[in-house]
Design a protein around this ligand. Structure first.
Ligand SMILES: [Zn+2]
Ligand SMILES: [Zn+2]
Length: 347
């Protein structure tokens, strides 16, 4: 085993404390990555909320990070020491099922290995995430980070970014598309930037009108206030694609009514069981869809697209020792739009 340091959950409710962590010795197809920057995702909050010391599974959150390859396994050919790489929320998959063969490792039938809180496919250990100075990862899940992308602001592309990229891409968003983005947080602000760069006429759908300036600054062409019935009625059938990034339980009906004939509402993440009035689908032959995370080919394509279009997340960078403060503020929604931890204080 090799040792590094990181931020591990202890107690209930869990707080993160600095701890020595073990990483596996490199397998032939592994690389060791010195983590420089790691984004703080809503999933990290949920994992901490659900963490139970007594269950005996250690928790180190963090699943969107960038860094530099420091060592390569004997069979690694595509990466070398010194290469800049980025790692997202999955670090392995079976490689043989129809989803893996389609390049959608995120939907692997045998379940992808999660970057933290997952179970390693070879040794059965619990994976420890990117709130840490080093990670050992299978080479094909360490994605080359294009030059030109700031490594701190690019870190959130690996979870938030690819999660909005896959549906935008799969739904054929391009020049002339009309796209609505519901919710302007970590995911939503990247969805706006990407949709605009793809050539779509893009609007933000938000509960509050005070996001209008931000929406415009991000490149959006308009803002619809979802609590204003007249505004929502005026936007009826107005979007080919609505990307719904709202994570709290909510009625999908008002958002389906914004979708145009044969258009799609794509809700991202896990809402659990929801009730849909099928008339909201019938009228206009509308489609309801979902997505989450990304496969290896989409991740590479997304990074190339972001590099070509100068897209990174709007971030607030904090030293990693302030991780608990970042989590507290994220819990209160007090961030525009993503915290990123600078890991250089973990020597
Ligand atoms: Zn995430
Ligand atoms: Zn698979």
């Amino acid at each position: 085993m090799r040792t590094t340091s990181g931020w591990q959950a202890t107690g209930s409710p869990a707080t993160l404390r600095r701890a020595a962590l073990e990483r596996r010795e490199l397998r032939p197809d592994d690389v060791a990555v010195r983590i420089d920057y790691c984004g703080v995702c809503h999933t990290d909050l949920h994992a901490l909320r659900d963490h139970d010391d007594a269950a005996g599974r250690p928790l180190v959150p963090g699943h969107e990070f960038t860094g530099v390859v420091t060592e390569t396994g004997t069979a690694v050919t595509g990466l070398s020491r010194g290469d800049r790489v980025a790692v997202g929320n999955i670090v392995d998959a079976c490689g043989e099922c129809p989803m893996c063969l389609a390049g959608q490792e995120n939907f692997c039938h045998a379940f992808p290995t999660l970057t933290y809180g997952g179970t390693d496919r070879h040794d059965g250990s619990t994976t420890l995430g990117g709130y840490s100075r080093e990670y050992v990862v299978r080479d094909r899940f360490a994605h080359p980070l294009p030059s030109g992308l700031d490594p701190a602001a690019a870190a959130p592309l690996l979870c938030a970014g690819v999660t909005v990229w896959e549906p935008l891409h799969a739904l054929g968003v391009g020049p002339g598309s009309r796209v609505g983005v519901a919710g302007l947080g970590g995911l939503g602000h990247l969805a706006v930037k990407m949709a605009v760069a793809l050539g779509a006429t893009t609007s933000v759908i938000s509960r509050s009108p005070d996001k209008a300036d931000d929406a415009r600054r991000l490149g959006a062409h308009g803002l619809i206030v979802s609590t204003d019935p007249e505004a929502m009625a005026g936007a009826r059938d107005g979007f080919d694609v609505v990307i719904d990034t709202i994570s709290a339980p909510h009625d999908l009906g008002p958002y389906l009514r914004l979708v145009a004939l044969d258009g799609t509402l794509s809700h991202l993440g896990h809402l659990g069981p929801v009730t849909v009035e099928t008339l909201d689908l019938l009228i206009g032959r509308k489609k309801l869809s979902s997505a989450g995370s990304g496969g290896c080919p989409a991740t590479a394509a997304m990074l190339d697209f972001c590099a070509a279009n100068g897209i990174t997340a709007d971030i607030e960078l904090l030293p990693s020792e302030r991780v608990n403060e970042a989590l507290d503020r994220l819990r209160r929604g007090d961030v525009r739009y993503r915290f990123v931890l600078d890991m250089s204080d973990l020597r």
